[in-house]
Design a protein around this ligand. Structure first.
Ligand code: XIL
Length: 372
């Protein structure tokens, strides 16, 4: 710590004298991207952590993040700062990958609960809720499953067995289960390219919800998807399915609206509000489950300001809709985000930069929650 401060002040003096501020700042480790040991950078003096602001003001919404490879990481030097900021800021977590079929079930008769269990225990120890994600999805399945040759009845039995085992394991410990993820294509048709659809047909969605309810009657069950925040063909199809489920008594309690967004290119806010209102009208809880707001790299100050406004607008919509219970972001630091690997040339989608400095989006959310 002492050595670090000395290094920084020496750099500062040198850069003043030599008027090479930019290059020296980078070379001397002043570039935040390189500083990962010791405590994380402090918040600006006038800001309290997000979860404290929410608690102090008695706000009804939860604030969460997905947690992935940096969680309890014993080799990455950034893990300490990651854990400190995670614990400081959030009161909800979602395992980013560790409850998915493939990671959880590497072989037909082997469930590997250890890592997900450690996340659930961490949440309990730190006063956080946990969203379970996800029981049924077309991605991150195990190869023993997708590569096997199964009859329809065998796949139905495997689906039931999987859901019953996993939901029973976490019975009473989660605040939500994403039972089915991404069952629709963007045009509103069923996602027919899914393993589950191809083996069972569209009935797998209903089957999954019924089986999950039977295994744990009390944990709220969610349908989760992307590109369904505003009014469009896909959100119409999801709405119609959920209305049908409600009418026929198929157990569903909420909708997860992922919200993987692009800075400066959100759907109109009125369209999001209208969609949330019709979903709330079905008696569904609404969770924003995977919020991130990506941009082309390198980021500019203008785009970071636009991103900040976008984050503020999304949180504001949740605050104004009583059915909206929480906003969960898909990570919190640009050091660990699925975006650059999924959308080449894009990134900087989260509210802390890669060395845990709060970005303008962080301040914008914080001010909104604080009533400023
Ligand atoms: C992503 C994870 O972030 C990545 O680490 C993984 O490689 C692929 O899945 N919608 C979802 C999430 O519901 O589960 C996805 O998470 C992102 C898109």
């Amino acid at each position: 710590m002492a050595a670090e401060s000395t290094a920084i002040s020496r750099c500062t003096v040198l850069s003043r004298w030599l008027l090479l501020a930019v290059s020296l700042t980078v070379a001397c480790g002043g570039n935040p991207a390189t500083t990962v040991t010791g405590p994380p950078p402090p918040l600006p003096r006038q800001l309290d952590p997000l979860r404290k602001v929410i608690a102090d003001r008695g706000l009804k919404i939860g604030i969460g993040t997905a947690i992935g490879s940096l969680f309890n990481n014993t080799t990455d030097p950034a893990a300490g700062q990651y854990m400190t900021v995670l614990t400081r800021e959030f009161n909800v977590i979602t395992p980013e990958n560790d409850m998915k079929f493939g990671p959880l079930r590497p072989a037909q008769n082997q469930f590997r609960f250890v890592r997900a269990d450690s996340m659930v225990a961490f949440a309990a120890a730190n006063g956080m809720k946990v969203r379970g994600h996800t029981l049924v999805w077309h991605q991150q399945l195990a190869s023993w499953l997708t590569g096997g040759s199964w009859t329809t009845d065998q796949v139905k039995a495997l689906l039931d067995e999987h859901i019953t085992t996993v939901v029973s394991h976490y019975k009473g410990q989660l605040s939500a289960w994403d039972v089915v993820n991404e069952a629709f294509d963007d045009d509103g048709g069923a996602r027919t390219a899914s393993f589950w659809y191809s083996k069972i047909g569209s009935g797998y969605v209903e089957q999954a919800f019924k089986t999950a309810r039977a295994a744990d009657p009390d944990t709220p069950l969610f349908y989760n998807d992307y590109n369904i925040e505003g009014m469009n063909a896909k959100s119409d199809a999801v709405y119609a399915m959920l209305a049908d489920f409600k009418a026929r008594g198929v157990p569903v309690d909420g909708i997860g609206v992922q919200m993987h967004l692009i800075a400066g290119a959100l759907p109109p806010l009125a369209s999001i509000q209208q969609n949330f209102a019709r979903l709330a009208g079905l008696g569904l809880k609404i969770h924003i489950t995977e919020l991130d707001v990506r941009m082309n790299l390198p980021a500019t100050q203008e785009m970071l300001a636009t991103q900040a406004q976008n984050y503020r607008d999304v949180f504001n919509i949740c605050l104004q809709q009583s059915a909206c219970e929480m906003v969960v972001m898909w990570g919190f630091t640009d050091r660990s985000s699925w975006v650059p690997g999924t959308f080449p040339g894009q990134g900087d989608a989260l509210i802390f930069d890669s060395s845990f400095q709060p970005k303008p989006a962080y301040t914008a959310i914080n001010n909104l929650l604080a009533g400023k």
